[in-house]
Design a binder for this molecule. Structure first.
Ligand code: SF4
Length: 1016
């Protein structure tokens, strides 16, 4: 049936009514049924205005249609899936389907609230009062501690007694404005959700392929021959993505799920294999060994497109779990020992026969020869037959015309070996030739609607927008910084794209401080000390130790979402003031009245500022597949709530007024920040900020075309692509990777707003929608696609080509790097131009090695005598349970479909709470029998760090496993509950998890720790 959208709407309206009365009317509680009927009875499209938006929950990025009343209170009447959106095609999961309730029928904060020191309640205040008071506190504390120079006399311009966390819940433009605002104050402690959910993805994928993001996109899943879902549960956590997984299966693909728990994803796959949480490297190391032993790698691809042929220098070695170059005193490696052997020109030496014992290929083979199926099974608990079945089926994709992909999420990222978990799979994919091709890739499933964008725009202590590193005190000048951070390649085939870094840095600095030349603007940025760590766990440890006077908690709930939540809650009590910006009061804004806390003893002032929902404001969000998708505002912000962009701009204005009036240390950055570029008619503007992020010419610029002709770009004209950015201050670009997203000076140039489904037949074949919104970089939809063709330009998989070369130009997708086939290496962001099976760039080793989680059930392991990763991030005074009989059960955490992240929004939504009302603990029938626990019993779950109650869910989904010859049990907890709402809903699973982190990024190990259970 071919339906227009209008026709579809008529049909779906009828269907919705039927569902509402037939489904909810019978089964749901009266409250739900009445709400649904009331809503539908108000649905009179002729009275309403229709706008499009994007779901505010996960990063599948489903499209929405919002109908807003044109009269009365002008509130949203209905929110539904957009049938024209290529990803969701009108469908929404329970969360997306409840967005109307979130906006219109929940106890949202509608007023500014204030809690005074020692106070027992919040009291309402005006915006004017709150913004003035916050500005006074920021100024007081900043002025008291601002450092212009450090003890060595180096320029630092920083403020380290105020911290900021958040937020992936903001739009891209707000994220950019917020990082600019915080940096203009000199803050260095800036973090957000990405650190604790996907920070391990960025270095793992960037070291392997060049960029730290999902390689392909949701629609591409249908092109796979085999999908391996490991460390993820997409059927429940990214539900609409499963539409495309299902299409793969319908087309004859094979689905595999490897997970500690049998879930709704497992129920739909061809092969399910259990594993012990925290043993993924052992599992994937075994797969590498299987590929090498059985000679299943795609050799032509491996030789031409990866660094398998590179020779490694004599400094590299590996013995009994340790790489060469370890300094026990500093618990760190000297990575220079792992360098490649270079020829006289400085290019890595190669052996294309792959037989040299110092070649990456042979070192890889040797390293993983220890990962025999038996050793792996003994470690992971995966039955041997399942292990071999997964290896056999997945490695069948190592043929030119086959592709396999992986979908992973927190199950891989949140470990002390999180980066290396992902690296291990990246190496598998390079061996099998699965990168750059349709149906291939390493697909990081981002969990928040704009966690990709918030990472791109650098609400992180260690990066500037576009993955430019934050300067350190040793980089005295811009030239010093660029010299240290700009890579050099002597290989004429390597594009070494990061050689362009000076253009991107200069354009960023001009976007921040248009009145200054780039070198002066560089001086205004706050500087870190070399090696300084300001990542999430360190930030909260510093807060716990009393470093910070104040903290912004913007669109976040660390009292639930942070590892070792008990410590986090105590840390919040050490603050003098906290600014919480959110839709609802949550466990963080109300930490002072949480369980076991006496409000009278908590000095922290709390300012709770109400913000608008996603459908009430304008701006873009970037989904997991890098599509920058624009939200058009529907209803006005409810009550006195305001868009986040407005809040940050108004607060910045208050601070500017104070500094102009009273003076203070180094006001230049705050006063010189480019608010003019982020505002229109005196107020914050998402469109203006998006234009600034793209960038424009600051003066007339004449460039020579390749054919010798000249073209002049006028001052103020938008830059068309990052290839045109310049290093001399003549261009701005807030974030170079978004350059090309806003190509005219009015919204018609905003490509994120495009809703155009047109595509060529070749694009249709692989589900590319190049005219639907815009994807970074340069609207490329499949990253590293140059590796999908051989050096003559012929597609390896002619039945699903990503690129076609007609002798003059490339078509289908936007090619990585220009020029003729075979003229450049395909991984253009990597210095040497090739996919990195071996990398000297990570702090914990060039190859992934199995180490146990810091809380673990065993005292020793089979692969070496080193139990835990030697460079782990840990904190003095915190204990870990290792083979501790008091805590014999491996615990893992996860989400449920109906709740989102810390539950701060969804636990306020009756439709969702009715489905998932309470904290539970899943445990096997065998463990339940051993402990005398019945399904539905209230039980205690306890770790070395804390204790909480949960309702026992006795299930077949967990099974006992055999690890090192002994029976071992696993249990599982959703991490989304908190004491604040709903009543008797339980508390946060993170009260039990440890504050230990991956040494590369500091991501906490919240997916594997040891507990015990007992009947309450
Ligand atoms: S939560 Fe994710 S899958 Fe569900 S509707 Fe929203 S974007 Fe789509």
């Amino acid at each position: 049936m071919n339906l227009s959208r209008r026709g579809f709407l008529k049909l779906s309206a009828a269907a919705a009514l039927t569902t509402a009365f037939g489904g909810l009317g019978l089964a749901a509680k009266p409250q739900t049924a009445k709400a649904a009927i009331d809503r539908i009875s108000q649905l009179k499209p002729e009275w309403s205005r229709e706008t499009t938006s994007v779901c505010c929950f996960c990063a599948v990025g489903c499209g929405l249609i919002v109908n807003t009343a044109l009269s009365g209170a002008k509130r949203a009447l209905n929110v539904e899936g957009d049938p024209e959106h290529p990803t969701n095609e009108g469908a929404l999961c329970p969360k997306g389907g409840s967005i109307w309730q979130l906006a219109e029928s929940t106890p949202r904060q509608q007023k500014v609230m204030y809690r005074k020191p020692g106070g027992t309640r919040f009291e309402p205040k005006t915006w004017e009062w709150a913004l003035n008071e916050i500005a006074k506190r920021v100024k007081r504390d900043r002025d008291a501690a601002f450092e212009v120079k450090n003890a060595k006399g180096q320029l630092v311009n920083r403020c380290e007694n105020i911290a900021h966390v958040g937020s992936a819940a903001l739009d891209n433009e707000e994220c950019w404005a917020l990082q600019a605002f915080m940096r203009s104050l000199g803050l260095t402690y800036i973090e957000h959700q990405a650190r604790i959910c996907h920070s391990s993805t960025v270095p793992a994928l960037a070291e392997s392929f060049g960029r730290g993001c999902m390689t392909n996109h949701w629609l591409d899943l249908k092109n796979s021959d085999v999908i391996l879902m490991m460390g993820s549960n997409p059927a429940e956590n990214h539900p609409i993505s499963f539409k495309h997984v299902t299409r793969c299966k319908v087309a004859g693909g094979t689905l595999i799920h490897v997970d500690p728990r049998f879930s709704r994803t497992s129920a739909k796959v061809d092969i399910y294999a259990p594993l012990r949480s925290g043993t993924d490297i052992a599992f994937l190391g075994g797969m590498i060994n299987y590929i090498m032993e059985n000679d299943l790698a795609f050799k032509e691809y491996v030789v031409n497109y990866t660094n398998a042929s590179f020779l490694v220098g004599p400094g590299y070695d590996f013995k009994d779990g340790m790489f060469s170059g370890f300094d026990p005193a500093r618990r760190s490696y000297d990575r220079s020992k792992w360098a490649f052997a270079l020829d006289a020109k400085g290019v890595p030496q190669r052996d294309n026969t792959l037989t040299n014992p110092r070649s990456v290929y042979q070192l890889l083979k040797k390293h993983y020869s220890r990962y025999t199926a038996k050793n792996v099974s003994d470690t992971t608990g995966t039955p041997l037959d399942k292990l071999l079945e997964v290896y056999k089926v997945y490695s069948s994709t190592g043929k030119p015309d086959k592709s396999g992909t992986v979908m992973y999420a927190m199950g891989w990222t949140q470990h002390t070996v999180g980066v290396q978990n992902i690296r291990a799979m990246a190496m598998v994919q390079l061996l099998l030739g699965n990168i750059g091709v349709a149906g291939g890739g390493v697909n990081a499933l981002r969990g928040e609607s704009n966690v990709q964008g918030a990472t791109d725009h650098a609400l992180l202590y260690n990066s500037l927008p576009g993955y430019l590193s934050v300067p350190t005190t040793t980089d005295a000048t811009l030239a010093d910084y660029l010299k240290r951070t700009t890579p050099v390649s002597h290989d004429p085939m390597s594009m070494n794209w990061w050689k362009n870094r000076p253009k991107y840095v200069a354009s960023f600095l001009k976007a921040m401080y248009p009145q200054a030349e780039p070198g002066q603007a560089y001086d205004m940025l706050p500087k870190l000390e070399p090696g300084q760590d300001g990542s999430w766990l360190v930030l909260f440890d510093e807060m716990f130790k009393g470093r910070f006077k104040g903290c912004f908690v913007w669109g976040m709930n660390p009292a639930v979402g942070s590892a070792n939540a008990g410590k986090t809650r105590q840390a919040l009590a050490k603050l003098d003031w906290m600014v919480a910006v959110n839709l609802f009061d949550n466990e963080s804004s109300s930490f002072w009245r949480g369980p076991g806390v006496d409000p009278a003893k908590v000095k922290t002032e709390v300012f709770l500022l109400p913000c608008a929902t996603s459908i009430e404001k304008e701006g873009s969000v970037t989904n997991s597949g890098r599509w920058m998708q624009w939200r058009v505002p529907g209803p006005q912000p409810l009550g006195e709530s305001r868009p986040d962009g407005e809040i940050m701009h108004q607060l910045a204005q208050k601070l500017q007024e104070l500094y102009k009036k009273e003076g203070g240390p180094f006001p230049d950055a705050l006063l010189g920040l480019n608010w003019a570029g982020m505002t229109e008619k005196g107020g914050y503007s998402a469109q203006a900020t998006a234009r600034l992020i793209n960038g424009a010419y600051t003066r007339d610029v004449t460039v020579k075309n390749p054919d010798g002709t000249e073209k002049t770009f006028k001052a103020g004209e938008q830059v068309q692509s990052f290839a045109a950015l310049r290093d001399d201050g003549s261009t701005t670009s807030g974030n170079w990777i978004y350059c090309g997203s806003y190509v005219k000076s009015d919204p018609s140039g905003n490509l994120g707003m495009r809703h155009n489904r047109s595509q060529t037949p070749e694009q249709a074949k692989i589900a590319l929608f190049p005219n639907w919104t815009w994807a970074w970089p340069v609207n490329r939809r499949i990253m590293y696609n140059r590796a999908s063709v051989d050096p003559t330009g012929k597609a390896y998989a002619p039945q699903k080509p990503v690129l076609a070369w007609d002798g003059k130009a490339w078509s289908i997708d936007v090619v990585d790097g220009g020029g003729a086939p075979g003229s450049v290496h395909p991984f253009i962001m990597n210095t040497h131009g090739l996919g990195q099976i071996y990398t000297p760039g990570l702090v914990d080793g060039p190859f992934p090695e199995h180490y146990e989680p810091m809380d673990c059930p065993v005292a020793s392991q089979v692969f070496s005598s080193v139990l835990n990763t030697p460079t782990v991030l840990k904190f003095a005074g915190e204990d870990h349970s290792q083979a501790d009989p008091r805590f014999p059960l491996v615990c893992t955490t996860y989400r449920v479909t109906e709740h989102w992240q810390t539950g701060a929004m969804t636990r306020r939504m009756a439709w969702l709470v009715e489905a998932e009302p309470q904290m539970f603990c899943e445990l096997s029938e065998e463990l339940a029998a051993e402990k005398g626990i019945k399904n539905g019993d209230k039980i205690w779950v306890e770790s070395i760090r804390g204790k909480l109650w949960a309702i026992a869910m006795v299930t077949k989904r967990f099974k006992p496993m055999t690890v090192q010859g002994k029976t071992m049990h696993q249990v599982g907890l959703p991490w989304q509950y908190g004491w604040n709402a709903p009543q008797n809903g339980g508390d946060a699973a993170n009260l039990l998890s440890p504050s230990v982190g991956d040494p590369n990024t500091g991501i906490p190990e919240t997916k594997a720790f040891m507990v015990n259970v007992s009947k309450a």
